[in-house]
Design a protein around this ligand. Structure first.
Ligand code: BGP
Length: 482
């Protein structure tokens, strides 16, 4: 659409920044915290870039006051962070660890002291390892009750101060990397049947949490954060348009239709039936999913890139774990599902050093799609540029990050003109942090942290980058001074 004038961002727009417990906190065994699936997984040789771990991460657990002060000086309106389940329930269920609850009390109170709205993710991938040992974690239906119990503990403890809740972070990523690509715990490959079963359990957990929250705090705002890569058909060939439709049903709507409508897309279901991989659904499940969907307040979107769908013959490429985790441009490989689609590179778009396409207009596109299909408000819960940053004379100049964010914010503003109700824009990430598979060299922050892959490197000192001061102006002008 073309508009003669722009309305700009709504006046109470939440300019934010996001993080996740495992990637920033460190203190992996501090104050009674239990061991998580990630604490274990990163110790398997070859799983992460140069065997990096989040043992110390960027030590946010001990430096949260310094970090929150930097956020306050920047004028941040909201901070999205996740809670480590194993700090609250070291065994996933059973006994509560009061010290863990206290840590997040302190963090939330510190944020509120400066008028920063806390936005809490209940689950950002770090599951108590004890649940893996008790019943194989997400593979077993028992996790639904344990997750809802954990979530309810959080709602009861923090619900008087936390208004925005995100139940799950990127369910599509942690399940596909965990059960299809072998790149996240539990490291399984091509296990389609379990993958869909795990997803059904995660959907039930999400729904149970939504219902529990709304029972306790009907005015709370809740949603799940989905890693949404809008998809373009490779060209005008009908078989490539069909490949796009297949991709959307299986890779996007499969999750978003559950969050927004409480149903699985019909053609995706028919395909899974033909493959013999549909999940077992218990009586009453779909009703619970529908009820939760009717109570959801927003669609959380983690937007990094778009993709392309091209028809993939039955003897074509499959899923692989060959991903660019080194930052050497051009090393990513084309992946796909034989008989349906593959995802070649998009020649019209530049890429990052990790081969992620840079497509600001895609952000407007995904807001439009969500608005048309679901008519839900949107929280952009992640968007950002991973890059190599260097300190020069005590400063970090990152014009490439400013250019990236500027272009995305311009498109987001157009999405607001298009009639999309966008509530928040949380860029990834506040400080530099651990990139799950790519180590510490892939930096996303407004604030540089002095550390490298080696656990004993660096002072962990914080240095605001040029982008920090730029975003300060963006916030102060409500997105006008870009
Ligand atoms: C999302 C995750 C984040 C974060 C981000 C950047 O998928 O929710 O936790 O890691 O992507 O990804 P990466 O660290 O792989 O560059």
């Amino acid at each position: 659409m073309y508009f003669k004038e722009t309305k700009g961002f709504p006046k109470d727009f939440l300019w934010g920044r996001a993080s996740a417990a495992y990637q920033v906190e460190g203190g992996w065994d501090a104050d009674g915290k239990g061991v998580t699936n990630w604490d274990k997984f990163v110790r398997i040789p070859g799983k992460t870039f140069k065997e990096t771990t989040g043992d110390k991460a960027v030590d946010h657990y001990h430096r949260y006051k310094e970090d929150v002060k930097l956020m306050a000086d920047m004028g941040l309106k909201t901070y999205r962070f996740s809670i480590a389940w194993a700090r609250i329930y070291p065994n996933g269920n059973g006994e509560i660890n009061e010290a863990g609850l206290q840590f997040y009390d302190n963090l939330i109170n510190e944020l509120l002291k400066y008028g920063i709205e806390p936005m809490v993710t209940v689950y950002h991938w770090d599951m108590p390892q004890a649940l893996e040992e008790q019943y194989h974690g997400w593979e077993d239906r028992r996790i639904v009750d344990d997750y809802v119990n954990y979530a309810t503990t959080l709602f009861k403890r923090y619900g008087d101060r936390v208004k925005y809740w995100i139940t799950m972070n990127e369910q599509n990523i942690f399940t596909s990397f965990g059960w299809l690509k072998g790149m996240h715990p539990p490291g399984k490959e091509n296990d389609m049947k379990t993958f869909y079963q795990v997803n059904h359990h995660a959907n039930m957990a999400h729904a149970g949490a939504v219902l529990a929250l709304k029972e306790l705090y009907p005015d709370a705002k809740v949603g799940a954060s989905f890693a949404y890569s809008p998809c373009y058909a490779f060209d005008r060939k009908p078989e490539n348009a069909m490949a796009k439709a297949d991709y959307d049903d299986l890779q996007n709507y499969w999750w978003m239709d559950i969050y927004a409508y409480g149903r699985y897309p019909k053609s995706a279901w028919a395909y899974l039936e033909s493959m013999g991989v549909t999940p077992d659904i218990q009586e009453g499940d779909m009703e619970i999913l529908r009820k939760a969907a009717s109570l959801v307040n927003f669609m959380g979107v983690n937007y990094y890139q778009t993709c392309v769908a091209e028809y993939n013959p039955i003897d074509g490429v499959g899923m692989s774990n060959a991903m660019n985790t080194t930052g050497k441009k051009g090393t990513a490989q084309v992946q796909g599902i034989p008989g349906l689609y593959k995802n070649p590179a998009n020649d019209f778009l530049p890429t990052t050093d990790w081969d992620w396409t840079i497509d600001p207009m895609g952000l407007r596109m995904c807001c439009r799609d969500i608005t048309s299909r679901y008519a839900l408000p949107i929280v952009i819960s992640e968007n950002g540029l991973g890059a190599f940053d260097k300190v020069e004379d005590g400063q970090v100049h990152d014009p490439y990050r400013i250019a990236y964010l500027k272009a995305h914010i311009e498109e987001l503003k157009k999405a607001c003109d298009d009639g999309c109700e966008v509530l928040a824009y949380c860029t990834w990430s506040y400080t530099d942090l651990l990139s799950w598979l790519n180590g510490y060299q892939k930096r996303y922050g407004f604030v540089y942290v002095d550390r490298e892959e080696d656990e004993n490197s660096g002072t962990l000192n914080r240095i605001p980058k040029d982008s920090y001061y730029w975003y300060q102006k963006v916030i102060a002008s409500n997105g006008e001074d870009l």
